[in-house]
Design a protein around this ligand. Structure first.
Ligand SMILES: C[S@@+](CC[C@H](N)C(=O)[O-])C[C@H]1O[C@@H](n2cnc3c(N)ncnc32)[C@H](O)[C@@H]1O
Length: 307
């Protein structure tokens, strides 16, 4: 169980990840790791009601020599200087991601695609490399993931990608209306225990901010290899005003939730049909997707269009 309480400072964060890991953020993180193989128990203390419910656990930000070198070499080129302070994962008060900022940062007016939770960055960097006429923004909280994304982008000398080390919902809140062409959330942390489902990043509040930030007709693409998360996505998104589920594939899912270690019980639950999408061709196979496939799990793809 982790319990980290931190406060923001006023510095910014492009310098070194070592200043980021153990200290700041306007966040209090209380309880277990999000992975399905977590060894933590179900006895975590409930977060204080005033504290944000976070979709991640702050982990050590220690980098090996290669990733530290990548950070030192490429942070100035790619890492946005928008944090509330050194070590903070919040966005600096007053910052807005608007057209003017896009022009100044990417140097053009091309469509902007944001990926939430980019992990090692394989997908967002591959997309940026293959789609030079679009701009990309990678959102990731984990130091080694950020550093690896900087490394991949820097090695290829890409100019249409930037990285922000911030809590993604905070960034969405400060996006100007209609500034984003697409938002991608691939293989979000599953938070398998029932009491942690509220920490899943796909939530109605985030959906509201994503919708506001998307251009008319823009899409939110989501993918998961966790069946219970697929049901969660349908529950959050399918009934929300202002979205159209563009899925053309019918998928049968259990209509009840299972908790950690109980996924097998789902097979005996009543099922219903849901609309999902064919695999998004613009996504490369990351380690998370490979692991899901290797474990025999079905990949669920979703395309929600701002209606
Ligand atoms: C299971 S990984 C998947 C990574 C990547 N999308 C892939 O498919 O390889 C989920 C990632 O989301 C990141 N993440 C979780 N909550 C986040 C948040 N609130 N803001 C930014 N990143 C977050 C985690 O640090 C982790 O790297």
């Amino acid at each position: 169980m982790t319990d980290i309480t931190t406060t923001a400072t006023t510095e910014t964060t492009t310098a070194s990840p070592s200043g980021i890991a153990p200290t700041a953020a306007d966040t209090t993180i209380t309880d277990a790791a999000p992975t399905s193989d977590s060894s933590t128990t179900d006895t975590a203390h409930p977060a204080h009601p005033m504290h944000k419910v976070l979709s991640f656990v702050r982990r050590s930000g220690r980098l090996d020599a290669r990733l530290q070198r990548a950070w030192d070499n490429y942070a100035d080129d790619y890492l946005l200087d928008i944090n509330a302070g050194a070590g903070s994962l919040d966005v600096r008060p007053g910052f807005t991601l608007d057209r003017d900022y896009v022009r100044r940062t990417w140097g053009n007016d091309n469509p902007l695609i944001v990926e939430i939770g980019t992990g090692q960055g394989e997908n967002v960097v591959a997309a940026a490399a293959s789609r030079p006429d679009e701009n990309f923004l990678a959102l990731e909280v984990y130091d080694p993931g950020v550093a690896h994304t900087l490394l991949l982008a820097g090695k290829q000398g890409l100019t249409n990608i930037r990285v922000a080390q911030v809590n993604a919902p905070e960034l969405l809140k400060v996006c100007a209306d209609g500034i984003l062409a697409e938002v991608w959330t691939f293989f979000p942390d599953p938070w398998p225990k029932k009491k942690h489902h509220k920490r899943r990043i796909v939530q109605p509040e985030l959906a509201g901010e994503v919708r506001r930030a998307l251009v008319d007709g823009g899409v939110w693409r989501i993918a998961t290899d966790i069946e219970d998360y697929a049901l969660h996505v349908h529950e959050v998104m399918d009934g929300l005003d202002g979205w159209r589920n563009e899925g053309g594939v019918t998928v049968s899912l259990p209509t009840g939730h299972v908790g950690k270690g109980n996924a097998d019980l789902a097979a005996d639950m009543p099922h219903a049909d849901f609309a999902e999408s064919a695999r998004f061709e613009g996504r490369v196979l990351t380690n998370f997707e490979k692991k899901g496939i290797a474990a025999g799990r079905v990949i669920h793809d979703f395309t929600y269009r701002r209606a």
